[in-house]
Design a protein around this ligand. Structure first.
Ligand code: GDP
Ligand code: IMO
Ligand code: MG
Length: 428
C-alpha cells in the first residue's frame, strides 16, 4: 500500500492543507517532515475553518495517526497553543498525535534573532518564527532536540551553551540595546509546555518506517514549496529546510525506495509572500483582484501575498526537481470572471529565449506569455472535467501538457467537496 509525498510546486500556500486533508480520509498516518510554525495549512469543513502550523493536516480524521517528524523545528509554545485550540474544538489527540524526540526546538532566542535580522538591510521577509536560526543551530551541531525536555539539567546546560554562542550576535544585531534572554528566562518560558509535550515524544523514524513497511497508507505532508527550498529555491530568498520531495525521506527517516508516489501542488496562478524574485508578478488591478478573490493573505502573518500568472518554466522545474508523478491544481475558481488568463511559457534572457527557468537571471529575464480566453461560470459545483466551462478546460489541458505531468486532482474551492478527483492515490 502506498506511501505518498505531497509537496508544494511553487512558493508555498498552494493548498497543501486542503489536499492532505482529502487524502488522509483513508490514510492510516500523516507525517509532517519539515519546516515549523512558518507553515500555515488551512482546512475548511463546511463553514468551519482551521489553520494548522505544526500539526499535520490529517488531524481532523479521527482514525489517522499524526506525526511531527525529526525534520521539523518545533516551537513548544506554538505547539501547545495549537493543541489547546484543537482540544477546544473537541478533537481527540491522545495517542494519535506523536512528536519526534529528535525534532529541534525553537527557543525564544531564535525568534528574537529572526526578528532582529528582519529589521536589517538583508531582510528577506521571513515569518519571524525563529525557523532559520533554529535550523542554523541544528547544522552548527549546537541545536537542542525535543528529547532534551526529558532531562531538565541537560536542557539547562544545552540552552546555556547556545545562548553563549548567540550573545555576541544579538549584541551586534541589536546595536548593544537588545539582550539575549538568560537561561532562567528561557527555561521559565518553556517549563509550562514540558508536561504536555514529553508524553507525546517518540522515535518517529522507527514508527514511520515500521508503518510504511507494514503496508499501511501513509501521507508525507510537505510544508513551504519547491522554490523556497534551501538548495533548489530562489536562494537566498528561501526557507532554511528542504521542502522538496527528497526532504520527505530525510525528514521522516525512510528511504527513497519506500515512496510510491510524489504529488505536487500548484495554484492556477502564482503567489509569493516575502522578498525575492517573482518574474510573473502582477502589479495592476488584475493582481489585486486575484489577491482579493483568492483571499491571498498569509495564514501565519496576515501579510498580503504577492500575486501573478502561472509560470510554466518554474512548474516544469518543480516537476523535475521533485520527480513528480502527478499534479493537483488548486484555486482554478479564483480566475473566474477574468477576461483573459495568461501563462508564462518561456523567458527572454540576455542569452536568448529559453523554456527552462533561468534561475540565475530571474531579476532580468522577461516572461513570454500565452493568452487564453476567460470564463464566467461558477466552478465550485463541478465534480468532473466535463462540468467545467470549455475555456477553463482549454487552460487546464494546456497547462497539463506543458507541465509534462498528468493532473490527479483539480480544486475549485476551499471546501472538501469543491474538488474534481481524477485519480485516487489510495485505490481500494
Ligand atoms: P498551504 O499552506 O499550501 O496549506 O495553503 P494555505 O492554507 O496557506 O493557503 C491556501 C488557501 O486557499 C487557504 O485559504 C485555503 O482554504 C484556500 N484554498 C485551497 N484550495 C482552494 C481552491 O481550490 N479555491 C479557493 N478559492 N481556495 C482554496
Ligand atoms: P506553507 O507551508 C509561504 C517564506 C517566507 C519567506 C521565506 C523564509 O504555508 O506553504 P522563514 O520564516 O521560513 O525563514 O521564511 O519563506 N515561507 C512561506 N511562504 N508559505 C509557507 O508555508 C512559508 N514558509 C516560509 O514568507 O519568504
Ligand atoms: Mg500556507
Amino acid at each position: 500500500m502506498p506511501a505518498i509525498v505531497i509537496v508544494g510546486a511553487q512558493w508555498g500556500d498552494e493548498g497543501k492543507g486542503k489536499i492532505v486533508d482529502i487524502y488522509t480520509e483513508r490514510a492510516d498516518m500523516v507525517v509532517r517532515f519539515g519546516g515549523g510554525p512558518n507553515a500555515g495549512h488551512t482546512l475548511v469543513v463546511g463553514d468551519d475553518k482551521l489553520v494548522v502550523r505544526l500539526v499535520p493536516s490529517g488531524i481532523l480524521r479521527a482514525e489517522t495517526t499524526c506525526v511531527l517528524a525529526q525534520g521539523m523545528v518545533i516551537d513548544p509554545r506554538s505547539l501547545v497553543t495549537e493543541l489547546d485550540e484543537l482540544e477546544r474544538r473537541g478533537i481527540k489527540l491522545a495517542g494519535r498525535l506523536l512528536v519526534s524526540d529528535r525534532a529541534h526546538v525553537i527557543f525564544p532566542y531564535h525568534v528574537l534573532i529572526d526578528g532582529l535580522r528582519e529589521k536589517g538591510k538583508d531582510a528577506i521577509g521571513t515569518t519571524k518564527r525563529g525557523v532559520g536560526p533554529c535550523y542554523e543551530d541544528k547544522v552548527a551541531r549546537r541545536g537542542i532536540p525535543l528529547g532534551a525536555f526529558r532531562d531538565t539539567n541537560r536542557l539547562r546546560e544545552l540552552v546555556g551553551r547556545a545562548i553563549d554562542d548567540w550573545a555576541p550576535i544579538v549584541h551586534h544585531l541589536g546595536a548593544g540595546e537588545v539582550q539575549v534572554p538568560t537561561v532562567d528566562e528561557v527555561l521559565a518560558a518553556i517549563e509550562p509546555t514540558r508536561a504536555r509535550i514529553v508524553p507525546m515524544l517518540v522515535d518517529s523514524q522507527a514508527l514511520v518506517e515500521r508503518t510504511v513497511r507494514a503496508g499501511k497508507k501513509v501521507v508525507l505532508e510537505g510544508a513551504q514549496g519547491t522554490l523556497l527550498d534551501v538548495d533548489h529555491g530562489t536562494y537566498p530568498f528561501v526557507t532554511s529546510s528542504t521542502p522538496t520531495a527528497g526532504g520527505a525521506c530525510v525528514g521522516a527517516g525512510i528511504g527513497p525506495t519506500r515512496i510510491d508516489e510524489v504529488v505536487g501542488l500548484v495554484k492556477a496562478y502564482t503567489t509569493r509572500v516575502g522578498g525575492g524574485p517573482f518574474p510573473t508578478e502582477l502589479h495592476d488591478h488584475i493582481g489585486e483582484r486575484i489577491r482579493k478573490v483568492g483571499a491571498e493573505f498569509g495564514s501565519v502573518t496576515g501579510r498580503p501575498r504577492r500575486t501573478g500568472w502561472l509560470d510554466l518554466p518554474a512548474l516544469r522545474y518543480a516537476v523535475r526537481v521533485n520527480g513528480l508523478d502527478a499534479l493537483a491544481i488548486t484555486k482554478l475558481d479564483v480566475l473566474t470572471g477574468l477576461d483573459e488568463v495568461k501563462v508564462c511559457v518561456a523567458y527572454d534572457t540576455k542569452h536568448g529565449r529559453t523554456e527552462d527557468l533561468p534561475m540565475d537571471e530571474l531579476d532580468s529575464a522577461t516572461p513570454v506569455y500565452q493568452s487564453f480566453g476567460g470564463w464566467t461560470e461558477e466552478l465550485g459545483s463541478a465534480r468532473a472535467m466535463t462540468d467545467l466551462p470549455k475555456a477553463a478546460r482549454t487552460y487546464l489541458e494546456f497547462v497539463e501538457k506543458q507541465a509534462e505531468c498528468p493532473f490527479i486532482l483539480v480544486s475549485t474551492g476551499p471546501r472538501r467537496d469543491e474538488t474534481i478527483v481524477l485519480r485516487d492515490p489510495f485505490p481500494l
